[in-house]
Design a protein around this ligand. Structure first.
Ligand SMILES: Cc1cc2nc3c(=O)[nH]c(=O)nc-3n(C[C@H](O)[C@H](O)[C@H](O)COP(=O)(O)OP(=O)(O)OC[C@H]3O[C@@H](n4cnc5c(N)ncnc54)[C@H](O)[C@@H]3O)c2cc1C
Length: 407
């Protein structure tokens, strides 16, 4: 009989692992520990359509209850793992239960980074990570408050665009000199920033918040490092995430910017894997250890782990891709482009539909597209095929990513 598999965390990566195991005919017991009290759900819509009330709670759910039953996946709701006991190969739960495993998959995701000063506890200061957060924010947005968004990353910008659409006054405060600086090249940052400014969102760059001023448990204004103040009625803190790696660390597994795994996604214990937002893996694509925060990475790592539990020795080597929807901008990124030193624009930004091809040390590393899914898909094909396209190739008159992918 195959060994029992326990999966800690029923998010994108955990749920995918369970179903992929069954798709691969794994016949051992599968237990999925869900730290939350809802059926597992997708997070991307929480900063997008869900805030506008255009999708229901039930449409967020990955699979309905009957599917877990029919696939014999035991999902334990509101069950948090508090300890991994490697000697006895078991997991201790908050409920007092002790769950034995043959193989353990840690898919604990991440939590929001908090600000290094007081204010997070105030009644009108919010974060956005889970369904409860999104529910509260959706309700608040109906009041069309004056909003300060701390952090101009993907989630901050997505939230800001919806809030603006719903009639709020929105200011984004970003510590870096451009928006989405951690993930995209300056050309894309500049373009997206201009679009948001044109829609009436105020963006303060290179501005550091040093305090949240309050009165009667409510934030009243943000205090900037230059002494200025930004009055607000609602604050969204969106300053990145921290991997949930404490369980692994306490169990003596190697941890550095997340739970360290090898190319086959094993941790330093051969019976324990880590995947998704919480895992730091050796990326062939980038030539270093990285941690990715994306649906693609969670899903593809889950499939690799399922294959390895089923007995193969598969290395994880998917091409990274990501998307973000901000008002009518569909941003799609293929590859890893944040360290690009050379960029070439393909198409005309004036049309609102174009791509930026990115190179590092003359190596083609990815493409950032605005409203151009065909370019995005062509870029993924080029990267997957390991095609070494050059700056000259894409700069050639008439050259497109699609034509290069076909040639
Ligand atoms: C608002 C929002 C919008 C996003 N938009 C996009 C997007 O547009 N495109 C994109 O590619 N990605 C997007 N992402 C990122 C994407 O959702 C994540 O990368 C993905 O969910 C990671 O999957 P995961 O399984 O690793 O982690 P999660 O989906 O976060 O799941 C981890 C689960 O583990 C649980 N858990 C943690 N500790 C324990 C424990 N001790 N015991 C039991 N359970 C535990 C957590 O409660 C959680 O449910 C977005 C994320 C958010 C929050």
């Amino acid at each position: 009989m195959p060994e029992p598999v326990v999966i800690i965390g029923a998010g994108q990566a955990g749920v995918q692992t369970a179903f992929s195991l069954r798709d691969m005919d794994y016949s051992g017991e599968i237990t999925l520990l869900n730290g939350e009290n809802f059926l597992p759900y997708q997070r991307p819509p929480l900063s997008k359509s869900y805030l506008k009330n255009s999708v229901t709670d039930s449409s967020l759910i990955f699979r309905n209850e009957q599917l877990y039953e029919s696939k014999q996946i035991e999902i334990m709701q509101a069950s948090t793992a508090i300890k991994i006991n490697r000697q006895t190969k078991s997991v201790s739960l908050t409920t007092g239960e002790e769950l034995p495993y043959g193989k353990l998959v840690i898919a604990t995701g991440a939590r929001n980074r908090i600000l290094p000063f007081d204010g997070g506890e105030l009644k009108n200061v919010f974060q956005l990570r889970g369904l409860e957060d999104a529910k509260r924010l959706r309700l608040e947005l109906q009041k069309k408050p004056k909003i300060a968004v701390i952090g101009g990353g993907f989630i901050g910008l997505e939230f800001a665009s919806i809030a603006k659409e719903l009639g709020a006054q929105v200011t984004i405060v970003e510590a870096a000199s451009r928006v989405m600086a951690r993930a995209v090249c300056p050309t894309l940052s500049d373009y997206v920033q201009k679009v948001h400014l044109a829609r009436g969102i105020e963006i303060l760059l290179a501005q550091k918040i040093v305090a949240i001023n309050s009165s009667s448990d409510f934030a009243t204004d943000l205090q900037m490092h230059d002494g200025s103040k930004l009055p607000c009625e609602l604050v969204l803190v969106s300053v990145g995430i921290i991997p949930n790696s404490e369980l692994a660390e306490a169990a003596g597994l190697t941890v550095s910017n997340g739970i360290q795994v090898d190319a086959t996604l094993h941790t330093s214990d051969p019976d324990i894997f880590a995947i998704g937002d919480c895992a730091c893996f050796p990326s062939d694509f980038s030539g270093r250890n990285i941690r990715l925060e994306s649906v693609q990475n969670a899903v593809d790592q889950a499939k690799t782990v399922a294959e390895n539990i089923c007995g193969t020795s598969t290395e994880y080597g998917s091409i990274p891709w990501f998307w973000s929807d901000q008002s009518d901008l569909k941003i799609q990124i293929a590859g890893l482009t944040s360290n690009a030193d050379t960029t070439v624009v393909s198409g005309d930004p004036a049309t609102g539909k174009f791509s930026v091809c990115c190179f590092t040390n003359n190596r083609f590393v990815g493409v950032e597209s605005i409203n151009h899914p065909a370019d995005h898909m062509a870029a993924r094909r080029l990267l997957a095929a390991g095609r070494k396209i050059t700056v000259q190739d894409i700069s050639h008159p008439g050259a497109t990513l699609k034509s290069l992918a076909k040639s």
